[in-house]
Design a protein around this ligand. Structure first.
Ligand SMILES: NC(=O)C1=CN([C@@H]2O[C@H](COP(=O)(O)OP(=O)(O)OC[C@H]3O[C@@H](n4cnc5c(N)ncnc54)[C@H](OP(=O)(O)O)[C@@H]3O)[C@@H](O)[C@H]2O)C=CC1
Ligand SMILES: O=C(CO)COP(=O)(O)O
Ligand SMILES: [Zn+2]
Length: 357
């Protein structure tokens, strides 16, 4: 098989990453360190995060002489992005800051992109790798998967705030991390069977972020502080892998397609968090790849993440339908599901064999 020559793409990486306990109090100086002449910022956040940590974030920004305007969002839709764009456009803030869970970070990233302003990511949940990548998942576009916006110019991760988030979010982050073992396997498959360009550096970086969880879950579950720090660093690193690859390829394979398909088949009903769905998908895709799927399942259990469909309100039929439909949502992303075509019978057997149903 002739392997395609690397496509040209611009690699944009975060310039500075500040991580540690209570570093939210340093957000003002952090902005200044990125741009000495900055005068104003727009902070996009959620209601809960603003209530819990808005004051310390605001004081730090104002102490650094940055005129600060707050915008509270409650969903991650294109409609919300459009409204924010219209509201913020005339202010011309020097930075758009996404302060909160994945929803706030995504909306802020997309708004900054639309306004051509630098974006600063201040995640308060370690739930997926979008905290450091250029990708956003917003509702109301014609794609079930993420689209590319701009890489955050900086990432500030306060491990105290991250540890205050609902535990489910951190467990979901572990699901998004273990996914990299099957995502990377899918990328290798695409190289071997389709001649797709394979970036080994990006692939190794993403793979390592899964391995740390797979190898150290025992230790991480016993030490909450170490657990949060390790998970958030691994998520940032996986996001950087996507920056290097220029696509979500190293981070998203068939397990992500399964998760996207679940959102369709569940028809808008609550069907778990991103990382929870992806983690369950990884168990099944690991089996298809001939990997140690039981180790994936045990790791997810250790980290408090679901391993069974019913734990996130899914029926057996939801799982079967999503497995059958998954690959058709992104036909150009060659994965194990392109090779092992799923019908209802195979899908049910796979889900049962891995104890997902
Ligand atoms: N860009 C990408 O590559 C990806 C993006 N996504 C997207 O990310 C979003 C999901 O992100 P996720 O983080 O899981 O969930 P949310 O952003 O929806 O956050 C879940 C809840 O947790 C609250 N919360 C967040 N941080 C804290 C904290 N420190 N303390 C207390 N409460 C907190 C939020 O409050 P509040 O009310 O303040 O928001 C919210 O109510 C989805 O929109 C999904 O599509 C998913 C995968 C990849
Ligand atoms: O969640 C992601 C990576 O972890 C983004 O993946 P998608 O490109 O499949 O949306
Ligand atoms: Zn993901």
């Amino acid at each position: 098989m002739v392997v395609a020559s690397p496509p040209s793409h611009l690699m944009e990486l975060p310039r500075k990453i500040l991580i540690g306990e209570r570093v939210i109090a340093e957000v003002g100086p952090f902005v200044r360190s990125l741009d000495m002449s900055a005068r104003s910022v727009a902070v996009i956040t959620g209601r809960v995060v603003k209530e819990r940590a808005g004051v310390s974030c605001n004081s730090s920004l104002e102490d650094a002489m940055l005129k600060t305007k707050w915008h509270v969002v409650s969903d991650a839709s294109m409609d919300t992005v459009n409204k924010l764009h219209d509201k913020i456009r005339d202010d011309r803030p020097d930075f758009v800051i996404g302060f909160g869970g994945g929803r706030s970070v995504d909306v802020a990233k997309m708004t900054a992109y639309r306004l051509s302003r630098p974006f600063l990511s201040v995640p308060t949940s370690a739930s997926h790798d979008g905290i450091s990548s250029p990708f956003v998942s917003v509702r109301g576009i014609d794609k079930p998967h993420s689209i590319k916006a701009n890489t955050p110019i900086g990432v500030l991760a306060d491990t105290h705030l991250l540890s205050q988030a609902p535990p489910r979010l951190l467990a979901g982050g572990c699901g998004d991390l273990v996914a990299k073992i099957t995502a990377v396997k899918d990328w290798e498959l695409a190289r071997d069977e389709r001649g797709e360009y394979f970036g080994s550096y990006a692939a190794n970086l993403a793979y390592m972020s899964a391995q740390i969880i797979l190898e150290e879950s025992e230790k991480l579950k016993k030490n909450e502080r170490l657990g949060v720090r390790t998970v958030v660093e691994a998520l940032i690193s996986a996001g950087v892998a996507a920056c290097i690859a220029g696509s979500s390829r190293p981070c998203s394979g068939a397990e992500h397609l399964f998760s996207h398909a679940l959102e369709y088949v569940a028809g808008g009903a609550e069907c778990g968090l991103h990382g929870e769905r992806v983690g369950i998908g990884t168990i099944m895709m690991a089996r298809l790849h001939g990997l140690d799927w039981e180790n994936v399942r045990n790791t997810l259990e250790d980290m408090g993440a679901p391993t069974k469909a019913k734990q996130i309100g899914l029926t057996e039929d939801n799982v079967v339908q999503a497995l059958v439909r998954a690959q058709s949502l992104r036909p150009d992303r060659y994965t194990i599901l392109s090779k092992v075509k799923m019908d209802k019978k195979k899908a049910r057997e796979l889900a049962a064999a891995t104890k997902v149903i």
